[in-house]
Design a protein around this ligand. Structure first.
Ligand SMILES: Cc1ncc(COP(=O)(O)O)c(C=O)c1O
Length: 433
């Protein structure tokens, strides 16, 4: 009956609703309840169409549920160690805040052109030359509300309904959902330590379909913090080109790498689509500022979509983005602090039974195999939160492949908190063993 309602719900099936109402009333009277609601009141609540069916495929971001529970525990007076959230714990660089104050006092906060403030586009074009030695025309750099905005834009422009995109499993979970919202299908490719948890040309060979239009690499990776080898990245770019698809490179964690330099996909292929933003390296999550670099042939299509869905990225944020690109000392200080935390965890976790199979060289994540401790990573994470007050993320948030045997640690937390977290985990494991 409900399935039928759902089928018709997107039309206006009043006859069905009326029959349902009468049936409910009859049942209530039979059991001696006096039905009071009128059909008019009932219809008010039930006549609107249900959400689109594709919403059923949108998974919740489970770490948010864990975070909510952690907050409840905090509200009850407990100190919780947060190693679940992928958000820098540092404030936005002081020079950026200062630039924002000045701009607000100056007053000009009207819309920018849809594709972005031309001064920021030019500053980014110069930055690509400095950072990677590549020439990128400023008009190819489209400014978006966060990289999340860049992905919704891209998939709206690139995908017909039913087409597919290759993603790694484990991978950043929202990617799958952006693709589904565009009416297309993610192909989640299981990846393991052999390819440092990244897609590879051999995996393209196995999984690329006739209707595949693009493949996404997240480098350094969320959740594994691992970096793709330069040669492998070059091969992926070539393989996409040969198949007539786009290589989409999520470079949001560039600049947060330790002992190796992050290379942009643009160094290997001028046609790669590169997504990046200010959230992580510059600790500017709340400013909602990102960008996407597209081949010239896509600029006009993107502009039309941007005019409609964003009008423009936030003007104030775009203005201070120019200052952020100069804040090298501050970003370097944050990178060094992350590196220190990473070293601490890399030394401590294996002794506690967390196996780190591939050393993470980027982002602020460690993806650990917990098979020596548990066969149910989800229960483990929830129980450790309750018992020890340490929050980490279950593998299930990032896909299905070996999800039960993996967890993610985020070291976007102070050294003191991380030390305390390690001590608590050690004690917790002694008790549950
Ligand atoms: C790999 C990756 N891409 C994209 C995003 C989205 O970030 P934002 O929209 O803040 O730029 C995140 C956020 O955690 C991420 O981890």
């Amino acid at each position: 009956m409900f399935a039928q309602h759902r089928e018709h719900g997107r039309g206006n099936n009043r006859a069905f609703q009326k029959a349902f109402f009468e049936l409910a009333q009859a049942c209530l009277s039979r059991f001696k309840f006096s039905p009071t609601a009128s059909y008019a009141a009932f219809i008010q609540d039930s006549c609107y169409p249900p959400p689109m069916r594709r919403i059923d495929k949108i998974e919740p971001f489970r770490v948010m549920q864990l975070l909510e529970r952690a907050k409840e525990l905090e509200a009850s007076g407990r100190k919780i160690i947060h190693m679940e959230i992928g958000e820098p714990d540092f404030p936005t660089p002081a020079s950026v805040i200062e630039a924002a104050h000045q701009r607000l006092d100056g007053g000009d906060n009207f819309y920018t052109p849809s594709t972005g403030n031309p001064q920021l586009q030019t500053a980014l074009s110069d930055w690509y030359q400095r950072e990677y030695g590549v020439d990128v025309a400023a008009e190819r750099i489209l400014i978006t509300p966060g990289t999340s905005g860049a992905f919704s834009l891209l998939y709206a422009v690139l995908l017909e309904a039913g087409e597919s995109v290759l993603l790694s499993d484990p991978g950043y979970p929202c990617q799958r959902n952006f693709i589904r919202l565009a009416g297309a299908e993610p192909i989640n490719v299981p990846v393991g330590p052999e390819s440092k948890y990244h897609l590879s040309a051999a995996l393209f060979e196995q999984h690329w379909q006739q209707n595949t239009r693009a493949a996404v690499v997240i480098n350094p990776s969320n959740p594994t913090g691992t970096m793709i080898d330069d040669k492998q990245l070059e091969k992926l770019a070539l393989s996409c080109r040969e198949r007539g698809g786009y290589l989409i490179s999520d470079e949001l964690y560039h600049g947060l790498s330790y002992g190796v330099k992050s290379r942009s996909a643009l160094e290997f292929d001028d046609h790669a689509v590169v997504v990046n933003g200010f959230s992580k390296r510059w600790a500017m999550t709340g400013w909602r500022l990102g960008w996407v670099i597209v081949p010239e042939t896509l600029i006009n299509a993107c502009r039309r979509v941007m005019q409609n869905i964003f009008i423009a990225a936030p003007t104030l944020s775009q203005h201070v983005g120019i200052t952020a690109l100069q804040a090298e000392e501050e970003t370097e200080a944050m990178r060094c602090a992350y590196d220190e935390r990473r070293s601490l965890l890399l030394a401590a976790l294996p002794k506690l039974g967390f196996d780190i199979v591939v050393e993470p060289q980027g982002a602020f994540y460690i993806y650990a195999n917990v098979s020596r401790i548990t066969d149910n990573a989800k229960l483990f994470c929830w129980d450790m939160l309750e018992q020890a007050g340490v929050a980490i993320t279950q593998g299930e948030d990032f896909g299905v492949y070996r999800a039960d045997s993996h967890v993610r640690f985020s070291y976007a937390a102070s050294l003191d908190d991380i030390r305390e977290g390690v001590r608590r985990i050690e004690n917790y494991l002694k008790v549950v063993e």
